[in-house]
Design a protein around this ligand. Structure first.
Ligand SMILES: Nc1nc2c(ncn2[C@@H]2O[C@H](COP(=O)(O)OP(=O)(O)OP(=O)(O)O)[C@@H](O)[C@H]2O)c(=O)[nH]1
Ligand SMILES: [Mg+2]
Length: 321
């Protein structure tokens, strides 16, 4: 017979640990400082299939920092698969905490349409990565942004360019790869077009709650779920990024309050994205400006989540559930 008092104590201890972890991640990210006055913010671009949870991920990052549910980026209310992207225009969202703006901006773009083979959407995403697309541009499924359009920015600044490309992938549907051929081809085109550039690429794998019933009941089972590990492996082979750059998360989608377990996963993913942006910033100045003073620096450099991450889920996946 398990002692209920002992169970209660363990639950309490775990909750405290998660709260501390969350605060540690938040503090580290809030202390991120840009050392180059020419760089106003670090820009991150999210891309992925229609309905994968791109806009919800942006809201989830904002919610984790603000400590309350934020719905700045309009997410689709329908859970069913849509054939057209709910997000149509390029919009940059500044991430802020309860007190101030943080130096991060996440750009939301239209979802990649899985039915039609065309280079148009990948082209526009690549242009957005390089900073050629101005905010407010309404993406078209058929015609890429022409260079004489008012939304075309011929001379992007460093702040207009993306420091990291985040593929947002739905854990719930990625295994249905037969239906994903066009989507996979579009990702391949994007990767090919930016391959010389060396921009960091990561995957945020969403909807883990829908993909695995155990994770749906207890988010901490994400560390041991065979289903989640299998879906991450599919992401790895489809997109071609290493397992260490794939972050399973659950977005806020119908909650009314934030939750430490959800926040920790979101902030871990975002912390790693920032770390990669930071490393990329030094390369970016050579790539675009040849200005030796261009770089960003974390004010707290000490421990990185990267090392932590290598120890948390991977060994435990071997145990299986
Ligand atoms: N259960 C669950 N639902 C989610 C999650 N993330 C997003 N959703 C839901 O999935 C649907 C699509 O989410 P969006 O954020 O609009 O997806 P999107 O990628 O921005 O879609 P488009 O703008 O149409 O390309 C919405 O109904 C969300 O509430 C998640 O992690 N878990
Ligand atoms: Mg959207």
């Amino acid at each position: 017979m398990v002692d209920p008092a002992l169970v209660g104590r363990n639950v309490g201890r775990r909750q405290t640990e998660m709260k501390e972890k969350k605060e540690e991640l938040k503090t580290r990210l809030e202390n991120f400082r840009l050392s180059n006055p020419d760089v106003k913010h670090v820009r991150i671009l999210v891309a992925g299939q229609i309905g994968a949870g791109k806009s919800s991920f942006i809201n989830s990052v904002d919610s984790a920092f603000q400590g309350e549910i934020v719905c700045e980026a309009q997410a689709d209310n329908l859970q069913s698969a849509a054939s057209h992207s709910f997000t149509k225009r390029l919009t940059a969202y500044r991430i802020r905490n309860a007190d101030a703006d943080l130096p991060f901006e996440i750009c939301d773009v239209m979802g990649l349409e899985p039915q039609k083979i065309s280079e148009c959407q990948p082209d526009d995403i690549v242009k957005t990565i390089y900073g050629h697309v101005r905010e407010g541009y309404k993406f078209s499924e058929d015609n890429p942004l022409p260079s004489d359009d008012e939304h075309y920015n011929e001379t992007p600044s460093l702040s207009d360019q993306a420091f990291c490309l985040v593929y947002v992938i739905d854990a719930n549907t990625i295994h249905l790869s037969a239906d994903n051929k066009i989507f996979i081809e579009k990702l391949r085109i994007i990767r090919q077009k930016i391959s010389d550039n060396g921009i960091p690429q990561v995957i945020v794998m969403t909807k883990v709650d829908e993909a695995c019933p155990l994770v749906s009941k207890d988010l901490r089972k994400i560390y041991t779920s065979k289903i989640i590990k299998e879906r991450m492996e599919i992401c790895k082979s489809i997109v071609g990024v290493p397992m260490t750059s794939i972050f399973p998360v659950k977005n806020y989608h119908d909650e009314i309050d934030t939750d430490d377990d959800v926040d920790v996963l979101i902030l871990k993913a975002f912390d790693q994205i920032q770390l990669l942006c930071d490393q990329d910033a030094a390369v970016q100045h050579v790539r675009f400006f040849r200005n030796p003073l261009c770089f960003c620096k974390r004010s707290i450099q000490s421990e990185s989540c990267w090392e932590n991450r290598n120890t948390w889920p991977w060994m435990m996946f071997a145990i299986g559930v």
